[in-house]
Design a protein around this ligand. Structure first.
Ligand code: HEM
Length: 227
């Protein structure tokens, strides 16, 4: 990698590290928040997910996500909330230092990472950590999962932030990132006051939830009738 390119990447990451505004304290408050551009969880404009709640239940059973996991996720929320920016630093650090992943944030006409795009997505990503940990996986959560899938897919990528970037995030990388995203979360869970067994319980719940979400996000990538 050339020095100039490295400088551009570092500049993009620096731009992207602006702080996530306002931290919600409950799932209900989450839904009323409109301060993050493009964050549409709970919006009445959002169409229903093509997955029914009954199908979602079967999917939850298939990844062994139980009520106990939802309780463990909620337990993780106050631990993770003050660490959101530090977690994002790790995840963005990984994407930023992995050229074939950073490419998906490229401003295509200029051939460099789009710092504004990175920063805009980062704010929604921070909120996603809290929404995942809220463990309130109802119809409106399901609807927003579908929207997030569309935003990774050609259907809606780049539209929320009005950017000229790569048209799709390839499905293989969505699935691949389940591992780094969940593995790197464990040290943050360990910073709470819980023993190793409880940390493991929260960590397992996170692995199941992220996997479940990526499965939901894969819907637009799969041919009709094959999901
Ligand atoms: C487990 C895997 C992944 C998770 C948990 C994840 C999480 C998220 C979240 C929460 C958002 C914001 C959704 C919103 O608009 O509210 C987002 C958007 C985005 N993610 Fe991912 N992501 C994953 C995989 C990837 C991969 C592999 C890439 C490739 C570098 C990527 C690049 C992006 C981009 C470019 C956007 C913005 C899309 C747009 O609206 O234009 N993501 N992601």
């Amino acid at each position: 990698m050339t020095r100039q390119r490295t400088t551009v990447i570092l500049a993009a990451l620096a731009l992207a590290s602006c702080r996530t505004p306002e931290t919600p304290s409950s799932p209900n408050r989450n839904r009323q928040m409109t301060t993050i551009p493009g964050y549409a969880y709970g919006s009445s404009q959002l169409p229903h997910s093509p997955i029914t709640l009954a199908e979602f239940e079967l999917l939850k059973q298939s990844v062994l996500l139980t009520d106990d996991d939802l309780t463990a996720l909620r337990m993780s929320r106050p631990i993770l909330e003050p660490q959101v920016e530090a977690i994002l630093d790790v995840w963005y650090g990984f994407v930023g230092s992995t050229p074939h992943l950073l490419k998906y944030f490229e401003n295509v006409p200029r051939g460099v990472p789009d710092g504004d795009y990175l920063a805009a997505v980062r704010k929604r990503f921070g909120r996603w950590i809290l929404d995942t940990a809220a463990g309130n996986y109802d119809q409106s959560w399901l609807d927003y999962q579908h929207e997030i899938g569309l935003r990774h897919h050609t259907t809606k990528k780049n539209r929320t932030d009005n950017v000229q970037s790569q048209p799709i995030i390839h499905l293989r990388y969505l699935v691949a990132l389940v591992y780094p995203i969940t593995a790197t979360l464990k040290p943050f869970l360990e910073k709470g006051d819980h023993d190793a067994a409880q940390v493991d319980r929260m960590h397992q719940a996170w692995i199941k939830s992220v996997l479940l979400q990526v499965i939901l996000w894969s819907y637009p990538y799969v041919r009709d009738g094959e999901f």
